[in-house]
Design a protein around this ligand. Structure first.
Ligand SMILES: [Mn+2]
Length: 320
């Protein structure tokens, strides 16, 4: 699959020597699994690889093969081929933005619907996970998919499909997953790494979120928040509440869920989830954000009270 789209970048991977890989801020298992899978494959072909992570490491990186490769610092020179995974917007690259924008070539591999102009070479396909795209990239290169590579790809796909639950889960998703299992992936092991070793701080935050649910539009919208104080009190990482907004969408009758996270005082990251009736990527764009029709986000700096007021008004309007 995607042979025509991948063809123009194959020689970059075959002939390049040094690769700088990164993903979006607050990286998830798709971004990191895709990055580690590609990093392991590049290393097997004698390439030098720099795997950059912006900020804190999610709990699962301790167990994903190659997780120890992740670096929080940037190289001192720009003689690297850049690869941005699971992100095509410069703003979402975080602190590596200026470094990354100076790399040439810069290959962008992504599956988001709303895309940016980042990169000298873009391969963006609207599929279930960037992990699926990396699988086809490795196939197109004729490179072998070892067990550690397969485990990272499976983690990426399993995570971004919500455990094969989300609407982009297709026959191809299962065929790729099936091939990865055939290569030696233990599905239970990956599910356990991702979903059964959470830090206690995550549950502390979840308690806060659930204690202050705000229902709007006759229960079709649910809104909650995590303040900066909550992060401090729970001794939580920014990655701890990663999928809380998706959890809130699971409430019966809810069409759209919204979660505000105050990572720094007065600086909010807003996550939006939809069952499909409302395109939340369009909503996020109203505030300069982006994402998928069912999962999107944006950033906003203001007081909690002002943002809640603004959002409540806009969200009530969604179903009028
Ligand atoms: Mn993804």
């Amino acid at each position: 699959m995607f042979k025509g789209l991948l063809a123009p970048i194959l020689d970059i991977f075959r002939n390049g020597k040094r690769f700088f890989l990164c993903t979006h801020v607050h990286p998830d298992a798709d971004g990191l699994g895709s990055m580690l899978a590609l990093a392991l494959a590049l290393e097997e072909h004698g390439k030098e690889v720099w795997c950059y992570i912006d900020g804190e490491r999610p709990h699962f990186t301790k167990w994903l093969p190659g997780g120890q490769k992740l670096l929080s610092s940037l190289p001192g020179d720009r003689s690297w081929i850049g690869v941005v995974l699971d992100c095509s917007e410069a703003a979402r690259v975080g602190q590596a933005k200026d470094f990354v924008c100076g790399l040439d070539p810069l290959v962008v591999l992504d599956h988001h619907e709303v895309t940016g102009a980042l990169g000298t070479h873009q391969v963006i396909v609207p599929i279930y996970a960037t992990g699926g795209l990396i699988y086809y990239l490795l196939k197109a290169l004729g490179w072998s998919i070892t067990i550690p590579i397969a485990e990272n790809l499976y983690a990426a796909i399993f995570s971004d499909t919500g455990g094969f639950r989300y609407s982009q889960t297709t026959l191809d998703t299962f065929q790729v997953a099936c091939d990865l299992v055939a290569r030696g992936v233990d599905p239970h092991k990956i599910a356990e790494i991702l979903y059964e070793h959470y830090p206690l701080s995550r549950f502390c935050l979840l308690g806060q979120v659930l204690s202050r649910l705000i229902f709007l539009a006759q229960g079709k919208v649910v809104l909650s928040y995590i303040s900066h104080e909550d992060f401090l009190r729970c001794q939580a990482q920014k990655t701890d509440p990663a999928d809380f907004s998706s959890m809130l969408r699971c409430i019966d009758g809810v069409e759209v869920s919204v979660l505000l996270k105050e990572y720094h005082p007065g600086e909010f990251s807003v996550s939006l989830r939809s069952r499909g009736q409302i395109n939340v990527a369009l909503l996020a764009q109203e505030w300069g954000g982006g994402g998928h029709s069912c999962a999107a986000g944006f950033r906003i700096n203001d007081s909690l009270a002002s943002i809640l007021k603004l959002l409540k008004r806009r969200l009530e309007d969604l179903f009028k």
